[in-house]
Ligand binder design. Structure first.
Ligand code: UT7
Length: 333
């Protein structure tokens, strides 16, 4: 008997990147680095920085772009899920602030914290709400103002990150060939000290001491994260491909979290996906944490490079550790 389970399909996309560009030359003027090192070690040429405003402004900008692209009114939104590690404040949630900024008067929503895997965790969460049959229009937005937690005197991290937001709309489809087909998601707290912001939470509340010790900034052991990121993203993505009988050539695009071009290349190669089928925009935006994957989807779709029926493997790795792979079949013309 045919099950009448609903799939969650991506039916609209939107993005917001701030105007201000910081190129690699700028960093040569503030720290001991150079354009060549940054480009060859990371793949980044420039990143965007939000000068005035907060993560909710980035997220609201992306959702407004999404709504206008589909001629939707904000009252139609049922749920807003904001994946972020840079909420405007601890509470209320960024989702509440976004709801007000866009006027989504019939929505509920919440923030989700899974760092660079945030979009994938939120996508699965949003899809589950759609699959339940109870909610018809769920917005999943990845939004991070990384410049708020970056130490611009630390050359190990400050060149990596940028600010951005990007959103997708999930709606139900009865056609099981489209939408989010499957996800494999993981969390492992053993990675907690390789990538974190130590201060400001209930463990180390803000104090003169935490400020003096720079505990309100990102700390990353880049080398340690690099190794596990390649293995983590590739392992779950290969598991996903095997589970669904997909070979490298069946995948229209690998849509990887944009942390480092070398990590992306190594992951694609382990998956047997050729370079021409890997979405890349790290050169323009750097690592925008929860925003990287939807930002790639939005740009590639708008450039006419993603077609209905395309099989996409989304893959991410981030703080926690968190990581995962999602199998999404594109449903927009
Ligand atoms: O998005 C969440 C997950 N995060 C990631 O996936 C990031 C994973 N890690 C990475 O992408 C890379 O490890 C980094 C890009 C962060 C660093 O690249 P690396 O090739 O692993 O460099 P490294 O940390 O091993 O440093 C190599 C050298 C060091 O100098 P010494 O000790 O060999 O003399 C660093 O001090 O490069 C130096 N270095 C820099 N030099 C110029 C570090 N940062 C810079 C810099 N400019 N900005």
């Amino acid at each position: 008997m045919q099950s009448n389970k609903l799939n969650a399909a991506v039916t609209a996309v939107g993005m917001y990147v701030p105007e201000k560009v910081l190129d690699n030359k700028y960093f040569e003027s503030i720290i001991e680095t150079n354009d060549e090192w940054i480009r060859t070690r990371t793949g980044i040429s420039e990143r965007r920085i939000l000068e005035n405003g907060a993560t909710s402004d980035l997220a609201a900008g992306a959702i407004k772009d999404l709504l206008s692209s589909k001629n939707l009114s904000p009252e139609e939104i049922d749920v807003i899920i904001v994946a972020t590690v840079t909420p405007d404040m601890f509470f209320p949630s960024t989702a509440a602030l976004v709801q007000e900024k866009i006027g989504a008067s019939n929505a509920w929503g919440f923030d989700l914290s899974a760092a660079c895997s945030g979009f994938l965790f939120a996508l699965q969460t949003g899809a589950s709400l759609i699959e339940s049959g109870k909610f018809k229009k769920v917005i999943v937005v990845g939004a991070d103002k990384m410049s708020a937690i970056v130490d611009y005197t630390d050359r190990n991290t400050c060149i990596l990150f940028g600010d951005a937001a990007s959103a997708v709309l999930l709606e139900p489809t009865e056609d099981k060939n489209y939408g989010l087909i499957d996800s494999i998601l993981r969390v492992d707290g053993n990675g907690k000290e390789s990538l974190y912001m130590k201060g400001g939470g209930s463990l180390n509340p803000a104090s003169e001491e935490t400020i003096k010790n720079k505990m309100h900034y990102i700390y990353q052991d880049g080398k340690a994260v690099f190794k596990v990121a390649v293995k983590g993203m590739a392992d779950v993505s290969v598991e996903m491909m095997d589970k669904h009988g997909l070979k490298g050539e069946d995948v229209a695009y690998l849509v990887p979290h944009q942390a480092n071009l070398r990590i992306i290349d190594a992951t694609a190669s382990r998956m047997g996906v050729t370079k021409d089928k890997v979405m890349i925009n790290i050169n323009k935006y750097g690592n925008t944490t929860a925003a990287t994957i939807p930002l790639c989807l939005t740009e590639y779709y708008r450039e006419g490079k993603v077609k209905k029926g395309d099989k996409l493997i989304l893959a991410a790795f981030g703080a926690g550790y968190t990581w995962g792979s999602c199998y999404l079949v594109w449903s927009m013309d």
